[in-house]
Design a protein around this ligand. Structure first.
Ligand code: UDP
Length: 474
């Protein structure tokens, strides 16, 4: 049955754009080196966003189909303050019947379903994959260190009875920088919250996978990945396949914020600091004011992707930036845009980040340290100012600063606010100090390594071939 059609891979992402982008890049690489067909099956809580559509539209129609499953309405099921992890995981769980129907349809039309690749919050789909006799794989969209932590979480959960932030000793993961409880991923910060239960549930299921593909590479996290890849026991085989970063956005397509590229072309080499907090990141009103003054005081050139303030959450636009209908520039200090019109550019909501980072005018990146942003910075050799907001970003920051020495970070003051003076100091520190040469050089070394590993004989390319071989029916 289905013997004649080429092997078919099904990929199940979760709704966030930061998870969809690397999975789409992964699909592109797989298509390059195999004859496989691919189906993206995307759980949703509402109408698909323009971003989701355009990211998926970059895949070749002849070999890839994309399906948005019917939206799941959780209004009566979760409290308004439910964490994003809870919403993501529940959406996925409620989408399983639709996923099952979809796979039946594919099988019914003679598709040879070989492997199921799921996002880190989507292991519930494994049950459905098994019903269709598929091989189960996980695609991990963050660091090897974070993966190592999540694989260890079930054990930590069993051993530790207090909140992790109250532990006296840092968590020492094999091959990684020690990490304090308070810097672990957000969703383990309150063990009574549903978000924690969901995360633990998925982590316990990681071992059901035959393999885990991780969007990282050995030179970036030598210790962590070497140990993960060495596992002799039955834990899944770990394949470092990164950095998979967004390629080609289609130049003809009008991308949001693309006017900034023209502005960048007119700026001196390495002179501009890019300021952006990923797809979901938002700041409080007071923090926006401090950041504006700090950038102005630093006298460094900047390109700032600005969103409306949110005083409750750091991830207010996670599911869609399109949900913010304000013009965020009205929240800036009075006269700011006028005074800085020679110094910088503010763009509302969204920038074509990958194109920005590869522009020669960019000399630094003030980032929330989402994993994709970090990889995109590495690929372009751009050193970082780390400004973590949510999810595993604090962990990423520790790794960048203590483990890799490619970033610096501002001191956080009272009530979690970073002051204008501190911002001005750290920005100057990155853009013009002598000390920053070390981290710039280190970033350039990583950039070279990043190019090598995805090259013809590179380790990440080899790992992808290995996976394709496992998926090829014999
Ligand atoms: N991104 C972008 N323009 C923006 C903000 C984000 O192109 O204005 C892209 C960015 O290049 C990255 C992804 O969205 O590929 C964000 O992923 P990341 O892991 O950095 O952060 P998340 O948004 O998941 O927190």
């Amino acid at each position: 049955e289905g013997e004649n059609s080429s092997p078919h891979i099904v990929i199940v992402p979760t709704p966030g754009i930061g998870h969809l982008i690397p999975l789409v890049e992964f699909a592109k690489r797989i298509l390059e080196i195999s004859p496989f067909q691919i189906s993206f099956v995307v759980p949703t809580q509402g109408p698909p966003t323009q971003h989701q559509r355009s990211v998926l539209a970059a895949l070749p129609e002849e070999r890839v189909t994309s399906t948005f499953l019917p939206p799941i309405n959780l209004d009566n099921e979760v409290p308004p303050n439910a964490k994003i992890e809870t919403i993501i995981c529940l959406t996925l769980a409620r989408s399983l019947p639709a996923l099952r129907d979809h796979l039946s349809g594919l099988q019914g039309s003679q598709h040879n379903l070989v492997a199921l690749v799921v996002d880190l919050f989507a292991t519930d789909a494994f049950d459905v994959g098994l019903e269709f006799g598929m091989k189960l794989y996980l695609f991990f969209t963050s660091s090897g260190m974070c993966l190592s932590f999540l694989l260890h979480l079930p054990q930590l959960d069993a051993q530790v009875s207090c909140e992790f932030r109250d532990m006296h000793e840092p968590v020492q993961l094999p091959g990684c920088t020690p990490i304090h409880g308070k810097d672990l991923v957000d969703s383990v910060q309150d063990r009574t919250d549903d978000a924690y239960k969901w995360l633990l549930h998925h982590c316990k299921r990681y071992k059901l996978a035959e393999g885990i593909l991780v969007n990282s590479f050995n030179e970036m996290e030598e210790g962590a990945l070497k140990i993960l890849s060495n596992h002799e026991s039955h834990t899944p085989i770990i394949y470092p396949v990164g950095p998979l970063v967004q390629t080609r956005l289609g130049d003809d397509e009008k991308v949001d914020g693309s006017d900034c590229l023209k502005w960048l072309d007119e700026q001196p080499w390495g002179s501009v600091l890019f300021v952006s907090f990923g797809s979901g990141g938002t700041l409080s009103y007071n923090q926006i004011i401090e950041l504006a003054h700090g950038l102005e005081m630093s006298r460094q050139k900047f390109l700032w992707v600005l969103r409306s303030p949110n005083d409750e959450a750091f991830n207010a636009t996670y599911f869609s930036v399109e949900s913010d209908h304000n013009n965020p520039t009205k929240f800036l200090p009075k006269g700011f845009l006028d005074r800085t019109k020679e110094q910088g550019l503010v763009i509302p909501m969204w920038a074509p980040q990958i194109k920005v980072l590869s522009n020669a005018a960019i000399g630094g990146f003030l980032s929330h340290c989402g994993w994709n942003s970090i990889l995109e910075s590495v690929v372009n050799g751009v050193p970082l100012i780390a400004w973590p907001l949510y999810a595993e970003q604090k962990m990423n920051t520790i790794m960048l600063i203590e483990g890799m020495n490619v970033a610096i970070r501002p001191n956080v003051g009272e009530k979690g606010l970073i002051s204008r003076g501190e911002i001005a100091k750290i920005v100057k520190g990155l853009m013009e100090s002598e000390e920053s040469k070390t981290i710039r050089n280190r970033m350039n070394d990583l950039k070279d390594a990043a190019t090598r590993v995805v090259g013809k004989d590179g380790s990440s390319t080899k790992a992808l071939y290995e996976v394709v071989r496992k998926w090829t029916p014999h």
